[in-house]
Design a protein around this ligand. Structure first.
Ligand code: NAD
Ligand code: UDP
Ligand code: UDP
Length: 343
């Protein structure tokens, strides 16, 4: 074994994506909770490339080591297996708090755990931020608006959430997470930023998370029926993940402390969306309507006036471009899992 280890140690060093050199004054130690997940792993990539030290904390409920494996062993990178419901004592300058299941089937799988993660988990993150005087960005959600009665949704809208419905564990969990952030800000002077994230898609999103983007792409790639829940007239606005990551980094850097919507205001019905995916993937899939989801928000579109004004941010990636990249990721993943099953 010793010989083996020695020969590995003297083999060519591992190659990593190129990172900038930052001197110690500009280099930050940044904690990303939920950093092995879909959005978190893209944030890791950007902050690493900028030259920061990045520490990921994840319990791997929906995240995967594979999403960040290209950084394992890099001197600026650290991966900690930890559940944020438990206290965490480390020294950092900034925190992006993303730990929480995000898709309806995932957060409904264990509603009590979803609530604990978004309440006790957020308290731990804010307690940590208070102790080390770190700035915190909370990943909130458009779900705080519930099934909205105002359209599009500005940040000043207080929302329309069923507190005991199947989505409540997530919606109310995130609402408490926001409440906690402003309580720690007022009472303990913790610097907080709140991003209300709208539907986001892109490579590394879960193949089997039951969300509309992954369901429709997989169904189309497998020539299966594309399942539209309800009459397909409900709307969503989809943002590509790199736009979201740019927005989060801009929000963290800004002096703006009120919640900010981060989403793409281009809205479509779910029926239209099914047609778009079918056309982009090609193949013989048919589109069929099935049972509607309980408490499904009927319209959702962000008003991004605040983000434009205070962050000078707006989404750049057109839907078709983003979907093409996502489809090719899913195609590769399917081929990979086929190879895996064969071997
Ligand atoms: P994801 O499921 O891919 O990532 C969440 C990560 O958090 C996973 O890696 C998971 O393992 C980890 N996690 C969950 N519970 C944890 C716990 N108790 N302790 C430690 N780690 C835990 O989801 P995502 O789409 O990347 O979402 C990231 C964040 O953005 C979430 O907070 C989500 O609520 C928010 N958000 C996402 C979207 C979207 O469309 N993707 C929309 C609105 C808000
Ligand atoms: N906490 C943590 N890491 C820290 C500091 C605090 O996980 O570095 C946790 C701590 O365990 C507590 C929570 O954050 O449960 C809230 O901390 P706060 O200081 O607000 O509350 P207190 O410790 O006074 O109850
Ligand atoms: N949806 C659908 N077919 C699917 C999955 C989802 O018609 O296979 C619909 C769902 O009812 C909702 C919209 O697509 O109206 C977006 O659902 P998703 O779960 O992706 O995210 P949400 O915005 O509801 O959190």
């Amino acid at each position: 074994l010793e010989e083996q280890i020695h020969s590995l140690q003297s083999s060519t060093p591992r190659k990593y994506p190129k990172v900038k050199y930052l001197n110690y004054k500009n280099r930050k130690r940044i904690l990303i909770t939920g950093g092995a997940g879909f959005v978190g792993s893209h944030l890791v990539d950007d902050l690493m490339v900028q030259g920061h030290e990045v520490i990921v904390v994840d319990n791997f409920f929906t995240g995967r080591k594979r999403n960040v494996e290209h950084w394992l062993g890099h001197e600026n990178f650290e991966l900690i297996h930890h559940d944020i419901v438990n206290p965490l004592f480390i020294e950092i300058d900034e925190i992006y708090h993303l730990a929480s299941p995000a898709s309806p089937p995932h957060y409904m799988y264990n509603p009590v755990k979803t609530i604990k993660t978004n309440t006790m988990g957020t308290i731990n993150v804010l307690g940590l931020a208070k102790r080390v005087m770190a700035k915190v960005l909370i990943a909130s959600t458009s779900e705080v608006y519930g099934d909205p009665t105002v359209h599009p949704q500005p940040e000043t809208y207080w929302g329309h959430v069923n507190p005991i419905g199947p989505r409540a564990c997530y919606d109310e969990g995130k609402r408490v997470s926001e409440t906690l952030s402003y309580a720690y800000s007022k009472q303990e002077k913790v610097q907080v930023r709140v991003a209300r994230i709208f539907n986001t898609y892109g490579p590394r999103m879960h193949m089997n998370d039951g969300r509309v983007v992954s369901n429709f792409i997989l169904q189309a790639l497998r020539n299966e029926t594309i399942t539209v829940y309800g009459n397909g007239k409900q709307t969503r606005s989809f943002q590509y993940v790199s736009d979201l990551v740019d927005g989060m980094i801009a929000l963290m850097a800004s002096n703006y402390t009120q919640p900010v919507n981060l989403g793409n205001p281009v809205e479509q019905t779910i029926g239209e969306f099914a047609e778009i995916i079918k056309q982009l993937v090609g193949g013989p899939s048919v589109i069929k309507q099935s049972k509607a989801m309980e408490d499904d928000p009927q319209r959702r579109k962000p008003d991004i006036t605040r983000a434009r004004q205070f962050l000078h941010w707006e989404p750049k990636v057109p839907l078709e471009t983003g979907l093409q990249r996502t489809i090719s990721y899913f195609r590769n993943e399917l081929a990979r899992s086929d190879r895996f099953q064969e071997s």
